[in-house]
Design a binder for this molecule. Structure first.
Ligand SMILES: Nc1nc2c(ncn2[C@H]2C[C@H](O)[C@@H](COP(=O)(O)OP(=O)(O)OP(=O)(O)O)O2)c(=O)[nH]1
Ligand SMILES: Nc1ncnc2c1ncn2[C@@H]1O[C@H](COP(=O)(O)OP(=O)(O)O)[C@@H](O)[C@H]1O
Length: 226
C-alpha cells in the first residue's frame, strides 16, 4: 500500500478552513476531520467528552487540551488506513505536541487572511445549530433566506460572530496559534497562503497537494471513500 498522507489546516475563525477542507476531501479523497463537527457529534450523542465540552463551547471558550486530545487521538488511531486532513485541531501548542507524539504530519496548510476580511465574513455568517452547517449571506447563501437548505429549520447567528465579540476572539486566536505555527515552521512542513479570497488561495493549495500526494494514492483513496 502506498504511504498515507497526513495534513493539518490552520487558520483563524472564518479563514475558510472548512471551505478548503471540503474541496480537498472531494478532489484528493482525503478524509476531512473537523474537531468542531466531532465535538458536536459527541454532544448530540451525550458522550462523556461531549458533556464536558458542551459547557465550554456554549461560553465561547476553548475546550481544555486534555479533553480535546483524549477525544481526537483515538479518532485518529481509527483512521490508520486513510489519509486525512485535520481541521480545527491542534489549536494550542499542547495539542500540537500531543499530535506530534501520535503521528508524523506531511503538510501543514496555514491560512493567513487579513483581519478586516475575517470581520466582514463572520458578520455575514449564519449557522444551522443542530448540524453545524455554515452559510454566508454573500458567499454561499441558503436557498431560502434564513432557513437551512436540508431541514428547513431557522438559521441563527453565533453570539461570538457578532461584531463586539469578534475582534477579541480573533486576537485571542492569534496569541494561541503563534507557537503552533512556529513549531510547524521549525519542522519545515508549514505552507502559508495569504489572500482575501478562498477562490484565489485554492489553486495554490491544490497544486501543493498535487505535488505531494501521489496520483495513484489519491485514486485509491477516492475508490475507498466514495
Ligand atoms: N466572501 C467570502 N466568504 C468566504 C470565502 N471563503 C469562505 N467564506 C465564508 C464561508 C463562511 O461563511 C465563512 C467562514 O468560512 P469557513 O467556515 O470555511 O471558515 P473556517 O472553517 O475557517 O471557520 P471556523 O473555524 O469554522 O470559524 O466565510 C471567500 O473567499 N469570500
Ligand atoms: N482544537 C480545539 N481545542 C479547543 N476547543 C476546540 C477545538 N476545536 C473546536 N473547539 C471548540 O469547539 C467550538 C466550535 O469549533 P469550530 O466548529 O471549529 O468553530 P469556531 O472555531 O468557528 O468556533 C470552538 O469554538 C471551541 O469551543
Amino acid at each position: 500500500m502506498s504511504k498515507l498522507f497526513r495534513a493539518v489546516i490552520l487558520g483563524p475563525p472564518g479563514s475558510g478552513k472548512g471551505t478548503i477542507s471540503e474541496r480537498v476531501a472531494s478532489i484528493f479523497g482525503l478524509q476531512h476531520l473537523s474537531s468542531g463537527d466531532f465535538l458536536r457529534q459527541n454532544i448530540t450523542a451525550n458522550t462523556e467528552a461531549g458533556i464536558l465540552a458542551k459547557a465550554y463551547i456554549e461560553k465561547g471558550a476553548l475546550v481544555p487540551d486534555h479533553v480535546m486530545t483524549r477525544l481526537m487521538l483515538p479518532r485518529l488511531e481509527e483512521m490508520t488506513r486513510h489519509s486525512w486532513l485535520l481541521d480545527g485541531f491542534p489549536r494550542t501548542l499542547a495539542q500540537a505536541e500531543a499530535l506530534n507524539s501520535a503521528c508524523d504530519l506531511d503538510v501543514v496548510i496555514s491560512l493567513n487572511i487579513p483581519l478586516e476580511t475575517l470581520k466582514e465574513r463572520l458578520r455575514h455568517r449564519w449557522i444551522h445549530p443542530a448540524s453545524g452547517r455554515v452559510y454566508n449571506m454573500c458567499f454561499n447563501p441558503p436557498r431560502v433566506q434564513g432557513v437551512d437548505d436540508i431541514t428547513g429549520e431557522p438559521l441563527i447567528q453565533h453570539e461570538d460572530d457578532k461584531p463586539e465579540a469578534l475582534v477579541a476572539r480573533l486576537r485571542h486566536y492569534k496569541d494561541v496559534a503563534k507557537p503552533v505555527i512556529d513549531l510547524y515552521r521549525a519542522k519545515g512542513i508549514l505552507h502559508m497562503f495569504s489572500d482575501t479570497e478562498t477562490d484565489r488561495i485554492w489553486p495554490y493549495v491544490s497544486s501543493l497537494l498535487s505535488a505531494k500526494i501521489p496520483t495513484d494514492h489519491a485514486d485509491a483513496q477516492r475508490a475507498t471513500t466514495h
